[in-house]
Design a binder for this molecule. Structure first.
Ligand SMILES: NC(=O)c1ccc[n+]([C@@H]2O[C@H](COP(=O)([O-])OP(=O)(O)OC[C@H]3O[C@@H](n4cnc5c(N)ncnc54)[C@H](O)[C@@H]3O)[C@@H](O)[C@H]2O)c1
Length: 278
């Protein structure tokens, strides 16, 4: 539990200092974060809200959304929430359209939706259905969200899009299989192409690539798919000697969403404590 009473549900120690400080980089801006009622996405949403953004969080889990909104309220913040299935093209298009009618066009889009969906680690065990579901959640969800917010960003000549890749897509994964690694690699390519196409409209598109972050989902994969000895060895091989924390990701997303990153686009940001360097 942090000093602000926010429990992000991860294993590592939370920082005592509130990283949002008194900085209000997002006053007057509206942000949409997909599949963000828990874990990394929730930490990013709270960070953007703490820095003054009007924040809307979508997720398919209505109870988790209610918990997220209550958590934010305890910290003196507001999260607008909406049930939305990021793996469903129609739901994504209609919900985002409705949200923009209610809240105005989004200035910031964080395509957080993703994960390996506990699909098999070994390539030969991955069926087409596994591939399809992982591609839909991780990449098509971002395509559909971008399609919904880009016209508003283009019309106003401003926008920040942050996509979620992963260390898996850059250097391989120790807990997820080929489908997840491949689609996370594709997120970096999608990012570069959108950056190329939309730069002239004042829109930046960047991709963040965290190493393992001990959210509830990854914590169980980490213990199921790696032995205690392997887990200790991997940790020891990370130069910074710890795993990524949700606040690390939130700080980087906030940076890429801010004017401080106005001249950065098409970039892939590794966030892995030096575990893999390029
Ligand atoms: N956790 C990690 O180690 C890690 C590392 C690198 C990248 N990432 C990426 O970061 C992002 C967030 O990961 P996380 O571990 O916080 O996620 P998570 O598994 O904790 O899930 C976050 C939320 O996604 C929601 N969700 C799942 N499927 C959905 C759907 N179809 N529609 C709407 N909501 C849905 C869940 O209800 C949950 O609230 C993902 O893109 C993931 O691939 C995670």
């Amino acid at each position: 539990m942090s000093s602000k009473g926010i429990d992000f549900g991860h294993a590592g120690p939370l920082r005592e200092a509130d990283p949002a400080r008194n900085c209000k980089r997002f006053s007057g801006r509206a942000a949409l974060l997909t599949a963000a009622a828990r874990g990394i996405g929730l930490a990013c949403a709270l960070r953007l809200a703490a820095e003054g953004a009007t924040v809307c969080v979508t997720d398919r889990d209505e109870d988790a959304l209610a918990e997220a909104a209550a958590l934010a309220q305890q910290a003196g913040l507001t999260l607008h929430t909406s049930v939305m299935d990021s793996s469903d093209v129609l739901d994504t298009a209609t919900r985002i359209e409705t949200l923009q009618q209610l809240l105005g066009p989004f200035d910031i889009l964080v395509n957080n939706a993703g994960g390996s969906l506990h699909t098999p680690y070994h390539f030969m065990d991955e069926t087409d259905a596994h591939w399809q579901s992982v591609i839909e959640l991780n990449m098509l969800s971002a395509v559909w969200s971008c399609r919904a917010v880009l016209p508003g960003m283009v019309a106003r000549g401003v926008g920040r899009i942050v996509n979620f890749g992963s260390k898996a897509g850059r250097f391989g994964s120790l807990i997820a299989g080929a489908n997840y690694a491949a689609v996370k690699g594709a997120m970096a390519s999608l990012t570069r192409q959108l950056a190329l196409e939309y730069g002239a409209y004042g829109i930046t598109v960047n991709c963040i690539c965290p190493g393992i972050v001990m959210t509830a989902r990854t914590r169980s994969l980490w213990s199921e798919r790696r032995t205690p000895a392997e887990r200790a060895r991997v940790l020891d091989e990370i130069p910074l000697k710890r795993h990524c924390e949700v606040e690390d990701v939130a700080a980087s997303v906030a940076f890429l969403a801010s004017d401080d990153a106005a001249f950065i686009t098409g970039a892939t940001l590794d966030l892995n404590g030096g575990q893999a360097m390029a």
